[in-house]
Design a protein around this ligand. Structure first.
Ligand SMILES: CC(C)(COP(=O)(O)OP(=O)(O)OC[C@H]1O[C@@H](n2cnc3c(N)ncnc32)[C@H](O)[C@@H]1OP(=O)(O)O)[C@@H](O)C(=O)NCCC(=O)NCCS
Length: 246
């Protein structure tokens, strides 16, 4: 008789990914929005990310890509590129070619975006404004890696504390934040306009103290046992770099 599949406390079976942590660029916004729409009942307005990336000097946004997966958007672009390269039969060859331009070319071969997140630096406080992982990779510690990347950026920007708001009912996210020392310090009543749910305000410990950094390093070491990654983000505390390996 076939053995039942291993059960991991109701979470999917873990697998390893090769990832890239990068600054969010304008070209990423379509993929970000598709994760956002699948994740939040109140997605940001269409041009919010554009404004955040281009105009908000206090904001930093990151994405994580799965190097071994090509997104549908990238596959479409590859097909388009291949079609453009194939000589067209007469009489189609007489028609001007329909060049979709650089907007599609950048996508060629771009790996799938699996998580995104962002923060605002307000003096020595980093306010996490958003964080989400792609629904089909949830439970694979990708959301957690994004949180560590945001904290690492906060440390790189000389923040002392990291703070965020979370729906009272979002126990999954709350347990992730708790794992990184966040504690709730207050409630914003009826904060969310869709169902008037309260927001819990959570704060990390001082991210510069040795105790926090020991815990942080330990958690990153355990993420390294699950996934490998490179990071191209310039302003980091260095905890996610290869050189920081223990
Ligand atoms: C919240 C979110 C980013 C977490 O990312 P994820 O990829 O699903 O979670 P991870 O696999 O990285 O899990 C890491 C930790 O999160 C918590 N967690 C994840 N899945 C959980 C589950 N099913 N039950 C309880 N805790 C869970 C645990 O603390 C876990 O660590 P542990 O397994 O060592 O206990 C993701 O679920 C998401 O995008 N949700 C929708 C958007 C959202 O709610 N964003 C937060 C707004 S404040």
């Amino acid at each position: 008789m076939e053995q039942p599949k291993a059960i991991y406390d109701g979470r999917p079976e873990p697998y390893s990914m090769r990832l890239r942590i990068e600054p969010m660029e304008l070209e990423d916004v379509a993929e970000v929005r598709s994760i956002e729409e699948a994740s939040f009942t109140l997605p940001w307005p269409r041009n919010a990310y554009r404004r955040e990336i281009v105009e908000n000097k206090l904001a930093r946004y990151l994405v994580i890509r799965d190097v071994d997966a090509i997104s549908d958007a990238a596959t479409d672009a590859r097909v388009t590129a291949a079609n453009q390269m194939r000589p067209r039969p007469f009489p189609l060859s007489l028609l001007p070619s329909v060049n979709k331009g650089p907007e599609q070319q950048w996508r060629y071969g771009k790996p799938t975006l699996v998580a995104y997140g962002g923060l605002w630096l307000m003096v020595d406080e980093a306010h996490i404004t958003t964080i989400a992982s792609r629904p089909d990779v949830r439970g694979q510690y990708i959301g957690e890696l994004m949180l560590t990347a945001l904290i690492d950026v906060a440390i790189g920007l000389a923040a002392r504390w990291v703070t965020l708001e979370v729906r009272v009912s979002n126990s999954l996210a709350r347990s992730l934040y708790k794992k990184y020392s966040f504690r709730s310090t207050g409630i914003r009543p009826r904060y969310y306009s869709d169902n008037h749910e309260d927001a819990l305000v959570m704060w990390s410990e001082d991210v510069n103290v040795a105790g926090f950094q020991r815990m942080f390093q330990k958690r990153i070491a355990s993420l390294r046992h699950r996934h490998s990654w490179t990071t191209t983000y310039p302003e980091t505390g260095g905890f996610l770099d290869d050189s920081a390996r223990d």
